[in-house]
Ligand binder design. Structure first.
Ligand code: GUN
Ligand code: ZN
Length: 434
């Protein structure tokens, strides 16, 4: 027998890219809306007045008159093994990696350690309303097994991969071109497109992979369908100089990946702060995406992402928290910092565009828009309920908001995990705030 439920709340979701149709045409907002879910899939969305009369008598109706119902957030770049080393003081990228990150990632050789962190990481995502993410493991195969096992248990749509890293890192964290290839292959065979899971080939970044390893990564991409590529690009100026020295034949940073056939419709490059026109052009031409990670870029002093340039070149962009370089799991906080980055670049980040980047835009960057990212009929019912009265300040500020744009903007600037009342996965509550 099928399971039918309907939520009555204010409902907002994006239906198109605001860059293409204009902000006003990019979303649907129902102040008194109804979301109808059958067996975990969205069956209908619209004004409650229109849809209530169409419900089958056996539909369970959930009334949430004070809540705002949104699609789950999509985090296009995050490191689960860095959950516990978030907020580590005082360094920029390369020293931060050596002093904090690598010693922490060493611990993931122990699968039970990895399992514990994976569980807590997924709980933290759900607590923040994030329902899909593109996730770094460590170099250890068991780290990815632990992650996928936890994600599968909770029926989450998640993407993860084993880090490839065969040089310029501590011995204890290195693989080889052969073992990296073989272990990735075993993980792909076991997990790629198993239920809601997907595999990402994950070279850490150009400096820590030899040309042989990058070549084998490109080979894997050819050998299987719909694999992702997940790596870092042009984050820190010292890193960029190092890449030029290590790969003197490359035209620019992105060209290192391009020469190894790693640009594709499912390639996601974190950061992309210091890019030249040709790099934007190649990203656009190949359908690759950039993960914009503002809290990380500010925290590590990496620089200000140029969202406007990415937009002009029609490069797909999603939002990334980049925990633990990033300082918050909250997509609201991440959007708030994104707004400030665009301000420092001399622009505004339109609230609807911001909301798009954190939901449908992220799904499009990951080529998952047929499944997640908005609340269109036929998609998977991963959604969140926002408590507009989560804090006294939010309550007061939202009470004077006179448009949905203003509501979204105030949430971007003021909300965090306290505003997530509940998170639903395939129509089932996966997190409920106490
Ligand atoms: N570049 C290479 N590795 C990392 C990492 O773990 N975090 C960030 N932010 N950048 C990287
Ligand atoms: Zn990262």
């Amino acid at each position: 027998m099928s399971m039918k439920k309907a939520w009555r709340a204010a409902i907002l979701h994006c239906v198109a890219n605001p860059d293409q149709v204009g902000s006003a045409n990019a979303y649907e907002y129902y102040p008194d809306g109804l979301l109808v879910v059958t067996d975990g899939l969205i069956q209908a969305i619209g004004p409650a007045d229109d849809l209530l009369a169409t419900l089958d008598t056996d539909t369970i109706l959930i009334e949430e008159p004070d809540a705002l119902l949104l699609p789950g957030f999509i985090d296009t770049h995050i490191h689960y093994p860095q959950s516990d080393m978030i907020a580590s003081y005082g360094e920029q990228l390369l020293d931060w990696l050596n002093n904090y990150t690598f010693p922490e990632e060493r611990k993931f050789a122990d699968k039970s350690y990895a399992q514990d962190v994976a569980q807590r990481f997924l709980s933290e995502l759900l607590k923040n309303g994030t329902t899909t993410a593109l996730v770094f493991g460590t170099v250890h195969k068991a780290s990815v097994e632990a992650f996928f096992e936890s994600a599968e248990q909770q029926n989450l749509r998640m993407i993860c991969g084993k880090v490839l890293m065969d040089r310029n890192a501590p011995e204890y964290l290195q693989d080889t071109p052969e073992t990296g290839y073989q272990e990735s292959k075993e993980l792909i065979e076991a997990w790629h497109e198993k239920g809601r899971l997907h595999y990402a080939i994950t070279p850490r970044f150009a400096p820590t992979s030899s040309p042989e390893q990058l070549q084998k990564a490109g080979q894997l991409l050819q050998e299987y369908e719909r694999l992702y590529v997940h790596t870092h690009l042009s984050e820190n100026t010292k890193e960029c100089e190092w890449v030029q020295a290590l790969f003197p034949d490359a035209k620019h940073y992105l060209d290192v990946y391009d020469q190894h056939q790693l640009l594709s419709e499912r390639s996601v490059f974190a950061h992309g702060i210091h890019l030249c026109n040709d790099e934007y052009h190649r990203l656009s031409e190949t359908g690759s995406a950039i993960a914009f990670c503002p809290t990380s870029n500010l925290f590590l002093g990496s620089g200000l992402f140029d969202l406007q340039a990415a937009q002009l070149h029609q490069v797909n962009v999603g939002m990334g928290t980049d925990v633990g370089g990033g300082t918050s799991f909250s997509m609201w906080q991440t959007l708030g910092e994104a707004y400030k980055v665009t301000q420092l670049r001399g622009h505004n980040l339109d609230p609807i565009k911001a909301f798009y980047l954190a939901t449908l835009g992220g799904a499009e960057a990951l080529r998952l828009e047929r499944h997640v990212g908005n609340l269109a009929a036929g998609t998977e019912a991963d959604f969140v309920l926002i408590d507009r009265q989560a804090t006294p300040l939010l309550h007061q500020r939202l009470a004077r908001a006179n448009s949905i744009e203003d509501i979204v903007f105030a949430l971007m600037m003021l909300a965090d995990d306290r505003a997530i009342k509940a998170t639903y996965i395939l129509g089932e509550a996966a997190y409920t705030r106490l």
